[in-house]
Design a protein around this ligand. Sequence first.
Ligand SMILES: NC(=O)c1ccc[n+]([C@@H]2O[C@H](COP(=O)([O-])OP(=O)(O)OC[C@H]3O[C@@H](n4cnc5c(N)ncnc54)[C@H](O)[C@@H]3O)[C@@H](O)[C@H]2O)c1
Length: 427
Amino acid sequence: MKKICVVGLGYIGLPTAAVFAKAGYEIVGVDVSEKVVNSLNNGEIHIEEVGLPEMVKQVVQTGNLRASLTPEEADVFLIAVPTPIHDDYSADVNYVISATKSIVPYLKKGNIVIVESTIPPRTMDDIVAPIIQEAGFDTQNEIYLAHCPERVLPGRILIELIENTRIVGGTTPIAARKAADVYRSVVKSEVIETEAVTAEMSKLMENTFRDVNIALANELAKISQKLGVNAHRVIELANKHPRVNIHQPGPGVGGHCLAVDPYFIIEKAQDESPLIQEARRINNSMPDFVVENVEKLTMQLANPKIAVFGLTYKGNIDDVRESPALEIYEKLASNPRFEVVAYDPHVRDDQVSFKLASFKEATADAHVAVILADHNEFKQLTVEDFAKMRTKVVLDTKNCTTLTGDDIKVYKIGDLSTITPIHESNE
Ligand SMILES: NC(=O)c1ccc[n+]([C@@H]2O[C@H](COP(=O)([O-])OP(=O)(O)OC[C@H]3O[C@@H](n4cnc5c(N)ncnc54)[C@H](O)[C@@H]3O)[C@@H](O)[C@H]2O)c1
């Protein structure tokens, strides 16, 4: 039985550790957070992911998975630590550097070191390999280095870890093959071997493709408001073309991937990436676009109550990192004219710096409900659910509700040209 040391037990590392443990590997999961290590050793988890609590409980009970604050000797080291951006949008690879340094004392010849964290191009060759070399190892023949980026969808991580095609980029061809073989033992789909820098760039371009296409849809939403067109209908009809797939507009792009990864390319190729940079600017402008429309709706009201529905960066998850919804909440809350309350059934109080409201508290006497995440709970809302609002006006920035009736006014992000200020007489 092979032993894998998984460094970083977050949204990626923990499910990966559990999947390898379930496949029969001996896994030691390492994290710098005592809370994470202690909860895992009790068979509990600190993140929300479908099927993960049950799987973790099982593999902790069988002894295949245990957690530790320090790495141990193993056959394979798999690094899944954060790679955020600094305030100036440059990549912060310090977690990858410290995780790599932390495993160095436990390395022996023949080990495979895989970085799953999303990293800027050339990080494996220019940052990770030199750390291992400085420790006295030959990264051609003694330690095998590879980057295997993650492309899982939160909410479907356990399925996609097994079913998605994996790209494994080695700093040498033999490293690519050895690392790919590790994945072949659990992944049902294709595992493709390539060079490290190609794997790094392919991951970054996947997310950049999505970011640029969402920017196009967001630009269409703004154009549609100006021209009096319904962008949702335009997208539906344009997508009848067999080779067109316009994405959906929304309140902005968040999360640790789409809103971050394009900057890794921009930083390395500033002059060559104007389209990617403009897409980032457009998507970053969407929270202001939503706030401006809330202001338009409420300009006649002295102290409107705004109910924010959803704080995560996408639906049906609990992750608020880089969330445009949170940014919109904060922008609205900073306006002294507004009373702003937020409701999100997936978010806990300790994830945010303010007190969350219940659904009842959020809707009571509210003038506008602003929907910012397409949680299933919101898709199922009916007009009766909004009965306690003072004026029944909904701004649906995810085009996810199906509310209709004379009693309620629903504006969708791609169809805002008819926005009319709410009047006191409506109250
Ligand atoms: N979450 C996703 O859906 C997703 C998808 C694709 C790629 N990624 C990438 O995967 C990487 C990890 O993301 P995540 O969402 O799992 O992050 P996360 O923040 O959920 O988890 C990272 C964990 O690493 C721990 N950690 C930090 N430094 C450490 C160190 N030196 N040693 C041990 N543990 C350390 C943290 O305490 C944390 O528990 C990032 O590069 C991210 O961009 C994430």
